[in-house]
Design a protein around this ligand. Structure first.
Ligand SMILES: Nc1ncnc2c1ncn2[C@@H]1O[C@H](COP(=O)(O)OP(=O)(O)OP(=O)(O)O)[C@@H](O)[C@H]1O
Length: 185
């Protein structure tokens, strides 16, 4: 399969709005040109199979996902210990052949390392939102999740190509414009 021309790697804390921005980008750019790649896709599929759970509920943005998040983190960390690129590789392997991949859930330095080792055309984008805004969007501090490596490993990463706030509609519009400019170059 031919590699995509651009790969956008998105990272951000829970409820910063990563998914929201990725979905909007996809609808603007069009499904014929891009697709969203979720590292959590194969992870959730395998977790659901092994634990006899509903994959659709796990993929959606609701209570069911939150209930199982902690277990999923612990379980997937065990797999990553043996093979840090396991879930990135699985997600890219099943991704559609498009000009642009929008990877919506980069969470670890090992994810970035894996992409850098395997692709050259990467843009690293960090989305942020104020704590109060994240709370309004439903974020509640959860021990074992918000203080885990999956949520904090990239807090001290400082080589983002672009860092964008997403607190309100204006921020969101600015972020989308900046990203579109980035990939038009
Ligand atoms: N700019 C925005 N304007 C309005 N609503 C927003 C905006 N950004 C995000 N939201 C809303 O906030 C909620 C959380 O956003 P989203 O699911 O994209 O966060 P996330 O960073 O992907 O979180 P998680 O890591 O928990 O999956 C969603 O209901 C989304 O619609």
């Amino acid at each position: 399969m031919e590699n995509p021309k651009h790969i956008l790697l998105f990272s951000g804390k829970r409820k910063s709005g990563k998914d929201f921005i990725c979905e909007k980008l996809k609808s603007i750019i069009g499904e014929e040109n891009c697709c969203i790649v979720r590292i959590s896709g194969p992870l959730k599929q395998l977790f659901a199979q092994n634990h006899n759970l509903q994959i659709n509920e796990l993929m959606s943005d609701g209570q069911y996902k939150e209930q199982h998040r902690l277990n999923m983190i612990t379980w997937s960390d065990e797999i990553r210990k043996g093979d840090p690129g396991y879930f990135c590789r699985a997600a890219c392997k099943s991704a559609a052949a498009k000009k642009l991949w929008i990877v919506s859930d980069i969470r670890r330095k090992t994810d970035i390392k894996w992409f850098k080792e395997n692709y050259s055309n990467l843009q690293l984008i960090r989305i942020s939102a104020d704590l109060e805004i994240r709370k309004e969007r439903g974020w509640v501090f959860t021990a074992g999740v918000d203080d885990a490596e999956s949520e904090c490993d990239l807090d001290d990463f400082n080589s983002w190509g672009m860092e964008m706030a997403n607190n309100n509609h204006e921020d969101y519009q600015n972020a989308i414009s900046a990203i579109l400019k980035l990939i038009s170059q």
